[in-house]
Each structure stands twice: as C-alpha cells, then as structure tokens.
Design a protein around this ligand. Structure first.
Ligand SMILES: NC(=O)C1=CN([C@@H]2O[C@H](COP(=O)(O)OP(=O)(O)OC[C@H]3O[C@@H](n4cnc5c(N)ncnc54)[C@H](O)[C@@H]3O)[C@@H](O)[C@H]2O)C=CC1
Ligand SMILES: O=C(O)[C@H](O)CS(=O)(=O)O
Length: 465
C-alpha cells in the first residue's frame, strides 16, 4: 500500500497536503468496526437517525466557506461552483433525513383466517463507497445520506486527487454526533482499496461513482460474496436541437451543461446534434458565448473554467481534439492550452468543433473536458439513432417547443436522465442514474434509498387454532 497521497492544486501544481494512505490492516479494521457498529446503528430509531443527519447538514452549512475553498483548491472548480456543490451535498442529507421516517412496510391479506403476512424493510448492512474527484462533497453525501438514513453503516474511499473535502465532511459528521464507527473515511489508491472492499466479508454493498471500466471491475469482484452494487458510471450526453428549437435557450442551456466543472461531469453535453436548417445560426451564437468564458484559477473572482483535474484527463482531451481535427473537424474557437507538466497544471480552453462525424473518438468516448463537438441531422429518427449509438445511457438533452417532438424524443431516447429545454436537471429529489453501461441503480429521490434496504416478510400462522 502507498505510504502517502500528495494532494496538489490543479491550477498551480502546488502541494496542498500530504495525506497518509491507510494500510491494509487499518482498512480491514475500519470495515470490521463498521460491521460491528451496524447492529446498534440499525436499531437506532428512524427519528433519531433523521435528527443526527439534520445536525450533520447544519454543521456542513456552518463550514460552507471553508469547505468550498478546500474543494476549489484540490479539484480546481471555480469557487462559486464549490459553494453550489456544498448546498447540493447538504440537499441530499436534508432529503434523506426525511426519507428515514418514511421507510414503510405493508400487510398482505392472507389466504386463510389463521395467518397474517407483514412486509418490512431492513438496512443491508455495512456499505463501502468509492467516490470521484469531480464532486468530492455531493458524490459522497449522495451515498452516505441514504445509507445512514436506512440504518446502514458507511466507509468511503475518496479519490486520491480530492480526499480533503471528504475527510472534512466525515469530521463534521462526527462533530454532529454521528458515531465514529458509523461513518468512516479511508484513504488509498483505488485498485488497492477496491480489492479490500470487494473481498471483505463485512461489506454488504459497494456503491461507486466513476469510470465505467472501474465500475465493471467492481461489479465483477463483488460477485464472490454476492454484494449489492450501485454504479454511477460514465456518460456521453447528446444534445438534440430540433428545427423549431428556441436557439437562444438551446445555446444557454447547452453551455450550462457542457462547461460546468470544466466539462468534467458525467452528465455534461458531450455532442450536439443540430437540425441542418439551423446549424449555422446555432454554431455562430454558441461560439460567440463560449468565447466569453473566463478561464483561470478557481479562487480568482470571475473564473468560469478552471483547470482539468490532472495530466491523464488533459491527455485524453487533447487526444480527442487532435483526432477530430485530423478527421476533418473545424475549430470554431479554443483549442488552446496552458499546461506545465513539471508544475502539474493543465488548462484547456473551451473549444467548439464543427463538421464532426461518427468516426471521431470524441463522438464515442467520454471527453470529460470543455470541448463541444457539433454535428447535424435531417430527420428526428436519425438523431435518435445517433444519440442511442454509444454504450452510455446516462443523460440526454433536447430542445424543441413542439410537444409531439418532445414526447417522441422522451420515449425513444435510452437515457436515465433527460432534459427537455433544460441543461441542469440534477436535483436531490429526483432519481439520478443511467441505463446500459452508465450504471446500475438510482441516487436521489424516493428511489435512492431502495438500494440500501432489504425487504423481508413475516408469515404468522396458527392464529385461530
Ligand atoms: N461518472 C462520473 O461522474 C465520473 C466519470 N469518470 C470518468 O472516468 C475517467 C477517468 O477518470 P478517473 O478519475 O481515472 O476515474 P476512476 O474511475 O479511475 O476514479 C474514480 C474513483 O475510482 C477509484 N478507482 C480507480 N481505479 C480503481 C479500481 N481498480 N478499483 C476500485 N476503485 C478504483 C479512484 O481511486 C477514484 O476514487 C474520466 O475521464 C471520466 O470519463 C471519472 C470520474 C467521475
Ligand atoms: O457524477 C457527476 O458528474 C455528477 O453526478 C453530476 S451532477 O449530479 O452534479 O449533476
């Protein structure tokens, strides 16, 4: 196991903090403690669990500015986005603090007078979570909140790039009164910790947000002990702009989706399919607005696009852009970089590509950067076929004011999240998640607590004997 994890600022390359990586023994101990504390926590009444979750949310809000600064420094996202993410993170805790009190069972009419049937819910057990760097607060609370609300205990391994935000959140949970062994953080490198989690007899559920390849490994390795799995994986969101779309709205909402977190979200617009009759107007208006986006250090006032997270992400983005250009794509703006491998910072300027085709990597592989390729279509069926052609099925967006077009697209797009004239669909009260290779399960909404619950039924006999 690695001894320490160097946490650096992706905007400057500067070392923020060295974090000790937990040893295998320390991780096993955390899992054992999480398992042993499960019995008591799962028997804590739902209203008490709810009360403690609300205290945790309050504590986080009291430390909002500090948390946002930590998040911007380690992830690179602009400060206003980090402040927004703190609110997004607590919105999941607030939502599940209430859902804890609504875990209803039911009775079933028996087929004889001497029997009664009662259905009830119980928490699955110790949950092990692995979270990504792009939303180090919200991706953790989106898992921890329903887990704790359901009565599960929780151990999380944050991404090596951004452990500090998660560590602070867990510290605040303990300050709020959630017992130390009920929610824990361990640090380490994914492949090493992942194996410990999936092989542990104490862990009853794995929940993961990250790349599809890693998700597949975790699903495979969870089979040995038949663990529950929840997977929020990669995406490749299409944006369909129909001939009758409000172009100004489509431009505004496509930018909102594409450039949030420098394009490093799993539901970012990854390709735009524009009806051929309006592509010139759309591309011109879009490019004009994209050129206005301010690139810089997320701590600087006014920054809208920060650096990408690391060299691996940078190289993937540059490779996709160069591939597209080599296959005929036209650059309408951007395709500029401010990178220094020695210092470890990698800025990618927002880029719009036109005349893109299906043979380009960028139309098939998740970009995770501020690059927007535009292609065209003639018929809606063609747009749907292109949209559904990747292995992903997380988010899709379309712009039209015609209800027949809207209903057709909603019913024919194979995606778990669809924005109709809306580029920002995420909300704690809605079930976030994907189809196909974008994942298993939902997070948020009434659906989001189900993955943390088992269902059992009691059949009582001999009542009138
Ligand atoms: N769905 C989403 O929101 C996310 C999608 N991604 C996609 O993944 C691509 C690569 O980004 P990465 O940071 O490398 O994602 P990643 O999936 O490798 O990392 C995410 C988390 O998984 C852990 N991890 C890595 N390898 C693991 C393994 N073998 N077993 C268990 N855990 C492991 C990491 O430590 C981190 O905590 C991105 O460009 C993007 O396409 C990445 C992060 C979030
Ligand atoms: O994983 C992600 O990229 C996030 O789930 C996107 S969102 O929930 O912040 O929209």
């Amino acid at each position: 196991m690695a001894a320490t994890i160097k946490v650096t600022n992706p905007a400057t390359g500067e070392l923020i903090q060295e974090v000790k990586a937990d040893t295998e023994e320390e991780i096993h101990l955390a899992l054992r403690r999480g398992h042993e504390s499960f019995r008591k926590w799962s028997k804590t009444n739902a209203h008490e669990r709810s009360r403690l979750l609300k205290l945790w949310s309050k504590k986080i809000q009291e430390h909002k500015d500090d948390l946002a600064k930590i998040m911007t420094m380690e992830s690179g996202k602009p400060l206003h986005e980090s402040l927004g993410e703190v609110d997004y993170a607590t919105s999941y805790i607030d939502w599940y603090a209430e859902e804890a009190k609504r875990l209803y069972g039911r009775t079933i009419p028996a087929n004889t007078e001497s029997k009664r049937i009662i259905v009830s819910r119980q928490p699955v057990g110790l949950v092990a979570a692995i979270t990504p760097w792009n939303f180090p607060a919200a991706m953790m609370t989106r898992k921890a909140a329903p887990a704790l609300a359901a009565g599960c205990t929780f151990v999380v391994k944050p991404a090596e790039d951004t452990p500090l935000t998660t560590m602070k959140l867990i510290e605040l949970a303990h300050e709020a009164g959630i017992p130390a062994d009920v929610i824990q953080c361990v640090n380490g490198y994914g492949s090493e910790v992942g194996k410990i989690f999936t092989e542990s007899k104490y862990v009853r559920k794995i929940t993961f947000t990250g790349s599809t390849p890693v998700g597949k490994l975790l699903i495979r390795d969870s089979a040995s002990t038949v663990k529950h799995v929840s997977m929020e994986l990669g995406g490749h969101a299409p944006v369909i702009v129909a001939h009758d779309a409000d172009i100004d709205l489509a431009v505004e909402q496509t930018i909102a989706s594409k450039f949030r977190n420098a394009g490093q979200t799993c539901i970012c617009a990854n390709r735009v399919l524009v009806h051929e009759s309006i592509v010139e107007e759309f591309a011109e208006k879009l490019t004009k607005e994209v050129k206005k986006l301010k690139v810089g250090n997320g701590l600087e006032k006014g920054t809208q696009i920060g650096p990408v997270i690391n060299e691996k992400g940078f190289n993937k983005i540059v490779s996709q852009v160069n591939d597209a250009i080599s296959k005929g794509a036209e650059v309408l703006c951007g395709n500029k970089y401010n990178a220094n491998r020695e210092k470890g910072y990698f800025f990618v300027y927002p880029t719009v590509l036109k005349n893109v085709n299906e043979n380009m990597k960028i139309m098939q592989e998740e970009t995770f950067g501020p690059i927007l390729p535009i292609t065209t279509f003639q018929e809606l069926e063609e747009a749907v076929n292109i949209a559904n052609s990747t292995p992903y099925g997380l988010a899709a967006y379309f712009f039209t004011n015609d209800y027949r077009t809207g209903i057709y697209l909603h019913e024919h797009l194979d995606f778990g999240i669809i924005g109709w004239n809306d580029g920002s669909p995420s909300a704690a009260h809605a079930p976030f998640g994907g189809m196909k290779e974008s994942g298993i399960g939902r997070e948020g909404g009434v659906e989001g607590i189900e993955p943390y619950l088992e269902t059992k039924y009691l059949s009582i006999g001999g009542i009138y004997k």
